[in-house]
Every structure is written in structure tokens, then in C-alpha cells.
Unconditional design. Structure first.
Lengths: 262, 432
């Protein structure tokens, strides 16, 4: 568990000559039990790591697809505690890939930062992604995570200056999340222009930490292309769009991730 | 006291700061730099002050409310007349200042959020004046209930985009504006409508609104020969309040912020983030008593069955650390107020700090008290106030009778009530 578990996942993918694949799914979407089975299917299809979306009422970094999934999950009664329980059940059901809880700051503060970190760790999760927590404000949570051997991921954006990339890289544990586009989450047809050059800039300052590209990764060819220069890829909205409304979300998610894995 | 705040990290004590996606952090850095540059730039200040004088109509008057004072038979009441500013509210001070800043920064596209539509109208106005493209995000529910302001914005050349996510009100319009800004940050300036959001917005808004307090303080000294005993202002995000309070922070003057009490603070349907301590709220809501109250829809509602026990707690919302109305799980609560401008789950971070310092006292007025104050001011003074401002009037009406005749209450009358006629007339019909 923890940071070593995350490092091992990247090392294994690297040894196989491919980027680590990190699909995202919203816990509780379309309902708690289905989300559990979907995430198990994502793991079976070959996910190297899994990002678990923790729903929030006001997800300001997310586009319409993840907003909708979060709202549906909340309307059906998902809570932080239920999210943590789902993670625990994933472990009990044999899902072994590293699990990263992606959630906004306010529910985390309401739960209590030390309690939040401890609860996810006890459930078997490996780290956290907090999109509205910039590195400047991440010291408290970062220390709590470090004390529990858990990752606190930091972001870079296309607008980040060299100094901000260096700051994110210095504070990141687990990996550096490279936001590929200037925008919110959402499927896109094409990769952003200049993505390779931007990822190389981050890698130059990454101090060996894995560099993972997310936002707009929607197709197998995106994964192949980004895999040439990044250590991993995250696919979120495209997966939720493909599987969330499908007659059989479990099967649809399995096929989508299998295809991304190639 | 807080003149030197926020600190370089944008903090007022533990509140404020910057909690936004990384994409926006460099834009906030740019904004801080540009603002620091232009606030010291004589040509920028001169242009802003010239427009305030010749376009906004500043200084706005200070009116002695003679008949209201006589009626209350206590303190003497003065009104700072922001309702007489161009576009009918104090919002234009901030919108114009920030639109000038946008233009100086070379941004051609301006976005804004709006609840009741006053900030949207003010921003659309400033953009028309300065030749900037303007897009305003507005919740679908707010668009339906504030149609005249939607028409005004469109007449002024702005594009109004309907927001259908979440509760379809102000907070969702802010989310959508932030999403637009994340996407178009390179050429777009986001004018936030109140003293909230990530640093440096609470600072910038306060500075552009502080003209209200500077004028009012001078006018009090000239017209009444002394400072008021108390200054009362309504608090939604808190821009008109911070704007008038700041000039009086170091004076022996009591400062009172009035939040939206909605149906009452023990109903779970209000927008009071500061007015009562956390504990009091928990106690008020934990009783087994069934409270059935008459809602403005005329239906008796068993509120205990619908309350999700919202509490005001320190949290992070829309870029700032502040007091936030939320449920036990940290999800942002749906708020209620008869006035759309006060109907918001968060509050400007400086207000939380001023509360902690005990420098400003925060209280709440219910919908009913605000509506009654609205009618009182109409009939006694010939002034139709905004429902937001009516909350401050209600608090003055409550306090004045117990105060000596030689004491003075100054109310910030932050806006005029033309936009609220629909709401007020509907309510008047119901109550006969």
C-alpha cells in the first residue's frame, strides 16, 4: 500500500514499454453498487491505477459529464463515508491496483483532514488528488499524507510558469498530474497542440517523479500518442460518457478500458 | 486593523487565500501584479475617479430620513444613497473599476456571474462604456425570476448564458464563470461581483467599494456635524458592507452586518453564515418539535422533514476559505432568501475575520422583516429600496426605538427596488 504501491504500478507499466493507465470513475454513479462493479471491471480490463471520484456539489474544475455523474451520485445518497466503504469493498473483492481518491477540499475539511486521510488509508487507498488545493496551501494535508505513507498529487497546467512547475514538482508525491488543456475536464477529439513540448518541460523539473497526463484523453490513439512522452494517462469523462448511460455500464466500462489499454 | 490585510498570501487571519485549479493560479498572479501597478498609477486613478463623478453620479447623496426617524421615535436615521448610483446599486463601483483594470491589462473579453442581475447589469454597462465583449452567467431559475435584468443586460450588448447545473442559482453561475475562465483565461477577465472568491478579488472589490464609506464619513461630518453611532449594511457576499465599513473601522462606531434570515434561523431556510454561532444552530435544529410554517408559496411545509441540517462552518468554497453553509458531509447547502442578492452559501472572507475580532456584529433579518421594512421606507421616505438593502433597513427599525434621540444610525441603502417589484407585489397579494 501507499507510495511504494504507486511507484510499483508505474515501474511495471514502464517495464512493459507502455504508459500507466489510470481510468477515473465517480463513486456512487450511477448508484453505489453499480459503481463498485464498474470499478472492478475497470481493474480487470487492465487499469494500472484507478482514480476514485468523490462527489461534490460544486465541482468547479469539472465539465458537464463529471458534474452530472457527481450530482446523480449525491442525489442517490452518496456520502464521504459511503465512498470510503466502497474503496474498502474494492480491496475485499481483490482489486489490487493503487486507488487515488479525487475530491474537492470542502468535504475533506468537513470530514476532518486527519480523519479523512486515516479513513481512506484504512480502507486501502493509496493517495489523494485535490483539484482546488494549490501547492501553496497543501502543507497541512501534505504532512498528514506523508505521515501515513500516502500520496498527495500536485497539478501543472498549460498556463503554469516554470517556477510553478518546479513548485508542483517539489511538493508532489505519487505523481505529477499534467492538465493537458486550458479548460475543465471533458472528452475531446484531439490532443492539445504543443502537448509533447509542455510535458517535456514538466519532466525536466519532475525530479524523477512520474508525469501523468489527464483532461481530454478519450481514445486509444490518444493513449498511444501520449505514452510516447508521458509516464501515464488519465481518462475520465470519455469513460463515464461511454459507460454511464450504457445498458450495461459494467460491460461498457470493461470494453472501453480494454480498448484504451490496447 | 485590517487596512494592511490581506497579507501577501491573500489571507485575513486564517480566511481568504487562493483555492482554485492550477490553471488559474498564474492568472491570479498576473491580476495581483496588474492591480498593484494600477492602484498606484495616477492616470488609472484619475480615469476611475473621473468616471465615478461624471458617469456613475458620485458622490451619491446622504439623506436624513426625517419621517422614518420620527416614526421610530429613537435614533436619527441617515441613508447613504447607493440606490442613486448609475444602474441603481453600488455594484457599478466595482464593475467599472475592474472593467478599467481589464482594459489596462489588454483583455478584450469580460465574464461575470450574477444572481439578481444587478452585478450583471453593472458589468454589461461598464463593458458597453469601455467597448469590451461581455458574457454574463446566470442561473436558469434566477433568469426566470429576474427577467427585466436579463433584458437590460441584452440591451447593453451582453450575452447572457443560462446555467442549468446544480441549484441553477448564483453559486452555480459562479461555478460556470470559473469554468469559462479556466478555459479562456488567456484573453478573458473575470469580474467577480462581490468581495469574495480567490485573492486578490476580495481586496480589489473592497478597494473599489470603499469610496462608499469615505464619502459617507465625510458627509456625516458635514451634514450632522459628527460620526454616526452605528453603521448598518446588508451582507450577501458582503461588498456594500465592506465598502461602507472600512472608513469607520478605526472610529468609535458600531458596525452591524445584516444577513438574510429567510424563513427564520431555526428553519434551515436562510442564508445566515455569520449571524449565529455553530453551536446555537445545532441546538436550534436538534429539537423534536415539529415546526410548520407558512411559506411564501402559501403552503404549510413541515420543514423538519426537508431540512438537511445545514450548518455554517469554516470551509473552502469558490476559491476562498470562509464560513460556508453546508450539510454534515461538506456538500454546499441550498440557501434561501426573498432577496436573490443575499442568497449565497459563502461570505467574503474579511467579514469572517471582522467577526472573529468582534469589530463587526452580524445579525439577520427575516424575509418578512425585510418586506415590512421595504414598505415602511416606500411610504415614509418615498424611496423604493432593494430587498437586499431592506434587510439593513429592517435592522435599523428594530434597533432605533431603544436608542436615545440624539444617536445616529447610518444605513447603507445599497440599491433601489425596481427589480424587486414582482416579488413584492406577489407577496403583498398573498398577505392581502
Amino acid at each position: 500500500m501507499g507510495l511504494t504501491h504507486i511507484q510499483d504500478a508505474f515501474a511495471r507499466a514502464h517495464a512493459e514499454g507502455r504508459p500507466a493507465l489510470m481510468p477515473y470513475w465517480t463513486l456512487g454513479y450511477p448508484d453505489a453498487e453499480t459503481s463498485l462493479r464498474v470499478i472492478e471491471a475497470i481493474a480487470r480490463a487492465g487499469a494500472d491505477l484507478i482514480e476514485l471520484g468523490v462527489p461534490f456539489s460544486d465541482p468547479l474544475a469539472d465539465g458537464p459529464v463529471i458534474q452530472h455523474a457527481s450530482q446523480v451520485a449525491l442525489d442517490r445518497g452518496i456520502t464521504i463515508r459511503k465512498c470510503v466503504d466502497l474503496a474498502r469493498r474494492l480491496r475485499e473483492h481483490g482489486v489490487s491496483a493503487p486507488l487515488l481518491a479525487m475530491g474537492y477540499l470542502n468535504p475533506l475539511i468537513a470530514f476532518g483532514e486527519p480523519q479523512y486521510v486515516a479513513a481512506w488509508r484504512d480502507a486501502g487507498a493509496d493517495g489523494f488528488i485535490v483539484p482546488d488545493l494549490p501547492p501553496e496551501e497543501s502543507e497541512t494535508l501534505g504532512s498528514l499524507c506523508a505521515a501515513q505513507d500516502m500520496a498527495l498529487v500536485q497539478f501543472t497546467a498549460p498556463t503554469s510558469t516554470e517556477a510553478r512547475i518546479a513548485l508542483a514538482a517539489a511538493r508532489a508525491t505519487g505523481f505529477i498530474y499534467v492538465v493537458a488543456v486550458t479548460g475543465v475536464t471533458g472528452a475531446r477529439d484531439h490532443l492539445a497542440a504543443g502537448l509533447r513540448e509542455y510535458v517535456e518541460r514538466v519532466k525536466a523539473r519532475a525530479d524523477g517523479k512520474p508525469v501523468v497526463v489527464g483532461f481530454g484523453i478519450s481514445k486509444p490513439e490518444h493513449v498511444r500518442e501520449v505514452g510516447r512522452f508521458a509516464d501515464g494517462v488519465i481518462s475520465a469523462s470519455a469513460l463515464i460518457r461511454a459507460a454511464g448511460q450504457a445498458p450495461d455500464p459494467v460491460q461498457a466500462a470493461y470494453e472501453f478500458v480494454k480498448a484504451l489499454r490496447g | 486593523m485590517t487596512q494592511q490585510l490581506p497579507d501577501p498570501n491573500g489571507k485575513f487571519g486564517p480566511y481568504g487565500g487562493r483555492y482554485v485549479p492550477e490553471t488559474l493560479m498564474p492568472a491570479l498572479d498576473d491580476l495581483i501584479e496588474a492591480y498593484e501597478e494600477f492602484r498606484e498609477d495616477p492616470s488609472f486613478r484619475a480615469e476611475f475617479e473621473h468616471l465615478l463623478h461624471t458617469y456613475v453620479g458620485r458622490p451619491t447623496p446622504l439623506t436624513y430620513a426625517r419621517r422614518l426617524s420620527e416614526h421610530l421615535a429613537g435614533a436619527q436615521i441617515y441613508l447613504k444613497r447607493e440606490d442613486l448610483a448609475h444602474t441603481g446599486a453600488h455594484k457599478i463601483n466595482n464593475a467599472l473599476g475592474q472593467a478599467l483594470l481589464a482594459k489596462r491589462m489588454g483583455k478584450q473579453r469580460v465574464i461575470a456571474e450574477t444572481g439578481a442581475g444587478q452585478h450583471g447589469v453593472a458589468t454589461a454597462t461598464a463593458c458597453a462604456l469601455l467597448g469590451l465583449q461581455c458574457v454574463v452567467y446566470m442561473g436558469a431559475i434566477d433568469m426566470a425570476r429576474q427577467q427585466p435584468n436579463v433584458d437590460r443586460m441584452r440591451l447593453l450588448g451582453a450575452e447572457v448564458r443560462s446555467v442549468d447545473s446544480g441549484t441553477k442559482t448564483l453559486k452555480d453561475a459562479v461555478n460556470e464563470a470559473i469554468r469559462d475562465w479556466v478555459t479562456n483565461v488567456r484573453d478573458t477577465y473575470y469580474i467577480i461581483g462581490s468581495a469574495l472568491g480567490p485573492h486578490p478579488y476580495p481586496l480589489i472589490c473592497r478597494e473599489f467599494q470603499s469610496v462608499i464609506g469615505r464619502e459617507a464619513r465625510e458627509q456625516m461630518l458635514t451634514q450632522a456635524g459628527r460620526l454616526p453611532d452605528e453603521v448598518i449594511a446588508c451582507v450577501g457576499g458582503g461588498s456594500n458592507a465592506i465598502g461602507i465599513f472600512h472608513a469607520f473601522l478605526h472610529d468609535p462606531v458600531r458596525l452591524v452586518g445584516v444577513e438574510a434570515g429567510g424563513y427564520g434561523l431555526n428553519t434551515g431556510k436562510h442564508a445566515a453564515r455569520l449571524a449565529i454561532p455553530d453551536l446555537g444552530f445545532a441546538i436550534a435544529d436538534s429539537g423534536n418539535e415539529q415546526s410548520n410554517i407558512e411559506t411564501p408559496n402559501g403552503k404549510a411545509e413541515n420543514l423538519n422533514s426537508t431540512i438537511h441540517n445545514p450548518k455554517s462552518k469554516v470551509g473552502v468554497f469558490q476559491g476562498m476559505r470562509t464560513m460556508v453553509l453546508q450539510n454534515d458531509d461538506g456538500q454546499i447547502a441550498e440557501t434561501h432568501s426573498v432577496s436573490a442578492g443575499l442568497d449565497y452559501a459563502g461570505v467574503g472572507p474579511e467579514h469572517v475575520y471582522l467577526r472573529d475580532l468582534n469589530r463587526v456584529e452580524y445579525t439577520a433579518a427575516t424575509d418578512d422583516a425585510a418586506l415590512a421594512a421595504f414598505h415602511t421606507l416606500c411610504r415614509l421616505e418615498g424611496i423604493i429600496p432593494a430587498l437586499e438593502s431592506s434587510h439593513a433597513v429592517a435592522e435599523a427599525i428594530r434597533r432605533a426605538p431603544a436608542l436615545p434621540r440624539n444617536s445616529i444610525l447610518l444605513i447603507n441603502l445599497s440599491g433601489r427596488g425596481d427589480k424587486d417589484l414582482n416579488t413584492v407585489m406577489k407577496h403583498a397579494q398573498r398577505t392581502g
